[in-house]
Ligand binder design. Structure first.
Ligand code: SAM
Ligand code: SF4
Ligand code: SF4
Length: 333
């Protein structure tokens, strides 16, 4: 991923180079796997990090070797002046790559700005190619905007990854059509195991659609699907259907098979550092900033947190004080 050597390693020898930054906890969809139908109580605006605070955190982390920042949320584009912030973020020395995860509802009109900023990769969440099923999953009738956004992003030359969470009884009939998108388009379609980060807790006693079952299902239609080499630090198993333009990824988000090479940390919209998706927050960075911590002290605090990372998502989950149930919109995915 990075053209420069890592500067900092965690206590398990993994470099820390990738920040996932949630710029808001607000969202214009209500995806079944992420939030209850009535939504979640949003934090008062003052409790969210300001753009200035995010820029400062990113600068300190860039000084520690973070080279890639993924902007996520909530829905990043519901926060005002996002593109202005992205221009500033792209000016930080050391940040080599900015990527965005978006639901695509408001994204289209910002495409020219995203190009100018130098963003190359966009992850677009799209769990169904059927308008009614999309509505049933997201509880909003926005399919046509998201579909239009997908084709415009491809037209504009972005590297597009379509994220689809695989849900028993909700979008299994979409798996093959989504995989078929890779036939004519250079798109990466990634099937994600559903996790219990939905504001309520686990929807099922066991996970029905594990990465193995997703692959077996794809093989029923594409028996000659081929395994590809997985890039270092990637969290997806990569496949390609011979002769197709794009590729397919399967992300074992619940089974957690990629922790050994995990180079990522997360900053929630309220400024909590997470050194694993499954931990319940290891440092209140917002509080430290608002109490006047210096950059040098903050750097030391980050180093301390990186030297105490759980070895994997199972250990992180064990160390939590509560079960996994919070909405992904507060974490960023
Ligand atoms: N709103 C944006 C979007 O949906 O792309 C960005 C934030 S969203 C929380 C980031 C990613 O997390 C999305 O691709 C979404 O599908 C994924 N996600 C959310 N809840 C999830 C869950 N319970 N299990 C697996 N993936 C989930
Ligand atoms: Fe919103 Fe993204 Fe969560 Fe869906 S997955 S409710 S689009 S934050
Ligand atoms: Fe990294 Fe935690 Fe995800 Fe494993 S579960 S890949 S350690 S964030």
């Amino acid at each position: 991923m990075s053209t420069t050597h890592p500067l900092i390693y965690d206590n398990h020898g993994r470099p820390i180079q990738y920040l996932r930054l949630a710029v808001t906890d607000r969202c214009n969809l209500r995806c079944f796997y992420c939030m209850p139908e009535e939504g979640i109580p949003y934090l008062p605006k003052k409790q969210l990090l300001s753009y200035e605070e995010m820029l400062r955190i990113s600068t300190v982390l860039a000084g520690l070797g973070v080279r890639k920042v993924r902007i996520t949320g909530g829905e990043p584009f519901v926060r005002h002046d996002l593109t202005k912030f992205l221009y500033q973020l792209s000016d930080i020395e050391g940040i080599e790559e900015i990527a965005i995860t978006t639901n695509g509802v408001l994204t289209q009109k910002y495409i020219p700005d995203l190009k100018k900023i130098g963003i190359k990769t966009i992850n677009l969440s799209l769990d169904s190619l059927d308008r009614q099923r999309f509505y049933d999953i997201t509880r909003r009738d926005e399919f046509t905007k998201v579909e239009a956004c997908l084709y415009e992003l491809l037209e504009a030359g972005f590297e597009v990854k379509v994220n689809a969470v695989v849900m028993e009884g909700r979008n299994i009939e979409d798996l093959i059509p989504l995989a078929r998108l890779t036939e004519k388009y250079p798109v990466s379609v990634r099937f994600i195991e559903e996790m219990p980060f939905n504001g309520e807790g686990s929807h099922y006693p066991i996970l029905h659609w594990t990465y193995r079952r997703i692959l077996d299902h794809l093989k029923t239609e594409f028996p000659d699907i081929q395994k590809q080499i997985d890039p270092l630090n990637s969290t997806a198993y990569h496949y390609q259907i011979p002769g197709f333009e794009g590729n397919i990824g399967i992300i074992a988000a619940f089974s957690r098979t990629f922790c050994g090479t995990c180079n990522r940390i997360r900053m929630t919209a309220q400024g909590t550092l997470k050194t694993c998706l499954y931990d319940d927050g290891v440092m209140d960075v917002r509080d430290l900033l608002r109490k006047g911590i210096s950059d040098e002290e903050l750097t030391l605090k980050f180093i301390q947190a990186f030297r105490n990372r759980p070895k994997d998502g199972y250990e992180a989950e064990q160390l939590r004080s509560t079960s996994v149930h919070e909405s992904m919109t507060t974490i960023g995915g």
